[in-house]
Structures are given as C-alpha cells and as structure tokens.
Ligand binder design. Sequence first.
Ligand code: AVI
Length: 311
Amino acid sequence: MMQNTGFEKEILNGLLASRKAISPKFLYDEKGSELFESIMKLEEYYPTQAETEILENYASEMAEWIGPHAVVIEPGCGNCMKVRHLLKALIEPVSYVGMDISKEILVREASRLHDEFPHLPVFAVPADYTENFSIPGEAIRSGAKKVVFFPGSTIGNLQPAEAMAWLKKMADTVGKRGGLLIGVDTKKDPLLMNLAYDDPQGVTAEFNLNLLDRLNRELQASFDRRQFYHSAFYDEDKERVEMHLVSKIPQTVKVKDQVIQFEKDETIHTESSYKYSPKEFSLMARRAGFDLKNLWQDSRRLFCVYYFERI
Ligand code: AVI
C-alpha cells in the first residue's frame, strides 16, 4: 500500500471527525491563490483596501518607529505587494527576507523586488510561516534590528492559542528590541463582515468550493461541487467569521479509499477568521513579550496596523 502523505492524512482526519473541518492552508493551491488575489480586489473585501490606505498614509511614521538599518522579515509574503510601501519609507534597511510556502512564486517575486530596490539585499526562504524557519546568516548584520512584517490579518486564521504560540515564536525570532509590524482585522458591524466573506459576485464562494476540486484532483475524491454551497458568517460568541461548505443533500463521497458520509446541511468548516479589538490584540501581544509602540487605523476604522517591540 502507498504511504499516506501528510496532506492526505490531515484531510482524512478532518473529514472523519464528528465536526468535519479542513485547515484553511489547503485553500491555497494555484487556483486558490489566484482567487484570493481576486478577493483582495473586491469592493466588499474591506481588509485589503483599509490596510493599503493605512500603509500609504503612515509608512513614513512606521519607518520612524522602526528606525534605520532594519532587517525586514516577511512570513507568508505572497506577491510582496504591501511591503513595498514600507521599504520605500525605511531608512537604509539592511535586508529583506521573504518567506513563502510556494517556492516558484517566492523566487519570482523576490527577483521583482530586487529589480525595484537594487541596493537592498533580498533573500527568499521557502517555508511555511506556521512551521519553524531560520533567517539566512548573510541577511543579518550585527546590531541591526530585526522586524517581522505580517500584514493582511493572516494571524486571524490561526486559533487564538496558535496565534499566541506564533507571537511568542516571533518574539524569539526578532530578539531583544526587535519589532513586529502587524495588520489585524477588528470587530465591527457583522453585516459588513458577512458581505466581505460572502460577496454577491461569488468570488469567495468559488475560492471555498475550489477546495473540493483540489481534493478531487489530488486525492482522487468524488465531490460533486453542485451538491455543496458556500456559507460564511460572523459568530458573535466565537468572535470570528466562519467559512463552511454545506452539503445540500444526504450523500456519500469517496476520498482515496475512504467513504465519507454527509447528512443534509452538514458542513465542512474550512476557515475561521478571528477579529480582535485593539485592546484584546495588544494584550495578547504583551503576553507574548511585545510592548505596543503605536497603532494606526484607516479612515473608516475597519482595520488596524500595530507596531510592537520586544520587551
Ligand atoms: C488570508 N486571510 C487573512 C483571509 C481572511 O480574511 O481570513 C482569507 C479569506 N477568506 C475569505 N476571504 C479571505
């Protein structure tokens, strides 16, 4: 029998659990990453517009807080779009270290960045931001401040305990007086959040349903995507937006050799996106060893960018 891959094991464990769930990291195959790029351009998906507005307006203030000669580390950098605002404003940054799970995209984007900032040493580290990673020794200069840049409220996709563990790991990574510049979505009118995660054009629905196509292709599954629909809503008690794939009918689906049963209306929970008030997030970061230096919000007060330093 063929050895189970980590991917297959994780998916099957999730689908055989009493409450079916799949980690959101599996939403990002090639098509999923393209669809996420389209989501970020949607009028309804406020986090990208709000965070971009903050970076455009306040990058120079952020650069002042960070100070000269910083090593900028970006876990999960994707197309490195947002960091450009910061790199333009920073005073003589020492280096940029971009990290992403997709090696191909990473190498392409790092080389683009290098063309735009020819004097900045750019390093590409293929790694999953939730796993252990190391910063190349050549990227670091003795005495230089390390700053982790983590935009997009990606931290919201981690469970609070995982987010806490990740913050602690970042505190270790940047070391004493190192910095963390992080974008985090705030709590707001649920109607606005529901619309952002269930847009009328159906782009987010397609992003979610694409997971079934991926399982069909990569795990020889037999999902009929017409028998599932996308559902996304803010849960006030859990303080998070949840994304689900809902079975329209009672059905059985095969994944590899495993038969998975679905009742009508049973769901696969595919993503949680936690929302934090500035007070909650600052407290959480403090418990992880970070001191809040400043925070910036967009004009509609929908999103927050924080600058912390390691205590
Ligand atoms: C990547 N992440 C921060 C997005 C979010 O808002 O949770 C993913 C996403 N899911 C649906 N729309 C966007």
